[in-house]
Ligand binder design. Structure first.
Ligand code: NAP
Length: 324
């Protein structure tokens, strides 16, 4: 099969399309023929080296994908060849990911892909939607009637969070940095879409809440925004740090003054029972139509290097998806 291999850590050019042996499913595993692969920012951090999770070299990136079951190993439950699925990681772990034509998954890493969801959409489910579910309901204790600021709502996690929040009865204020991104945010049902590159946008957020501030803030770029979030959050509010790309100086007095909480979130640290509940919530939402992954750009697998450049550029408007 064809797969992307990383033989040394470095820039996007270290992603090479190579011919490798087809993998086979062991006991309790299935092989998935990959139809689409989701590109996540952490794929680029891992490829560059020095990320919290450092794979042995060479490795194939990718934890997010969709496809059909190609082979069922013994004791892999009720899965059958031909079943449509999305995956949440691969069995051989960090060395052999989903940027490939085939991937081996533990039976618990495959999830039914509802018929109304395309394979390209299915490539953007696990990382964005489990992260969004955890941020809203596992960390911020979001409740119907809350106002949530999704600070970076036009990317994978932000779109997922907007859809979950709207479905749960929250009022959403979503930010993006381009007109195209703002249009995507509005389309997901956000009450307000505000440009985080415009002057005075923090005042616009405060005005949109009648001066009170958002009850919940989901933060995609804490190194830029955390101190601003502490300024605008409502008294007793909850801020969840999801994304961060550097150091930040904050005035800790604001945390006291606002009687607010700042939570961290690590997808890889979510307890297994919460992961199971997240996938149940996701599949229910995909089936009902409340959740609809948005594909911003499709590219061939051979263009993985270009996709890694694109995912780090401004102007997000949905997921970047690779097609093997
Ligand atoms: P993405 O698809 O690339 O989207 C990034 C979002 O951040 C876009 O909406 C982008 O808007 C926005 N953004 C850019 N500059 C911003 C600013 N100054 N203020 C507010 N928002 C800004 O990435 P993603 O997949 O949604 O992931 C978002 C972040 O969360 C990434 O840093 C990722 O590594 C992290 N993450 C963490 C976890 C975890 O376990 N903690 C899990 C998943 C993702 P424009 O492009 O329009 O500017």
């Amino acid at each position: 099969m064809k797969a992307i291999l990383v033989r040394e850590f470095g820039g996007p050019d270290v992603l090479k399309l190579e011919e490798v042996p087809d993998p086979t499913a062991g006991a309790g595993q299935v092989t998935v023929r990959i139809h689409a692969v989701g590109v996540n920012p952490y794929d680029t951090y891992m490829r560059a080296g020095g990320y919290a999770i450092t794979p042995d070299l060479p490795y194939t990136p990718g934890a997010d994908a969709s496809g059909v079951i190609d082979q069922v190993g013994g004791e892999a439950g009720a899965w059958q060849v031909g079943d449509r699925v999305y995956i949440s990681g691969t069995a051989i772990g960090k060395a052999h990911g989903a940027y490939a034509e085939l991937a081996v998954c533990e039976a618990a890493q495959v999830h039914r892909l509802p018929a109304r969801i395309t394979f390209a959409q299915g490539a953007g489910i696990f990382v964005p939607y489990v992260t969004a579910w955890r941020a809203l309901f596992g960390r911020a204790n979001a409740r119907a009637g809350d106002t949530v600021l999704i600070h970076g709502a036009s990317g994978g996690v932000g779109i997922a969070a907007t859809q979950f929040a709207v479905a749960a009865g929250l009022t959403v204020i979503g930010t993006a940095g381009t007109d195209e991104g703002l249009a995507v945010v509005r389309k997901q049902g956000a009450r307000h879409a505000i440009n985080h590159r415009s002057d005075g946008y923090l005042d616009q957020i405060t005005s949109a809440t009648g001066g009170r501030g958002p009850d919940v803030i989901l933060e995609m770029l804490a190194n830029v925004n955390l101190d601003h979030d502490l300024t605008i959050v409502a008294p007793g509010g909850r801020i969840v740090v999801i994304g961060n790309r550097g150091r930040v100086e904050i005035d800790a007095r604001k945390i006291m003054g606002k009687d607010c909480a700042v939570y961290g979130l690590a997808l890889w640290g979510i307890p297994p029972d919460d992961i199971r509940r997240a996938h149940q919530a996701i599949i229910a939402g995909l089936e009902s139509g409340a959740l609809n992954p948005v594909v911003g750009k499709e590219m061939p697998l051979a263009d993985a290097a270009k996709a890694h450049v694109a995912v780090m550029e401004p102007g997000a408007h949905g997921k970047i998806v690779l097609i093997p």
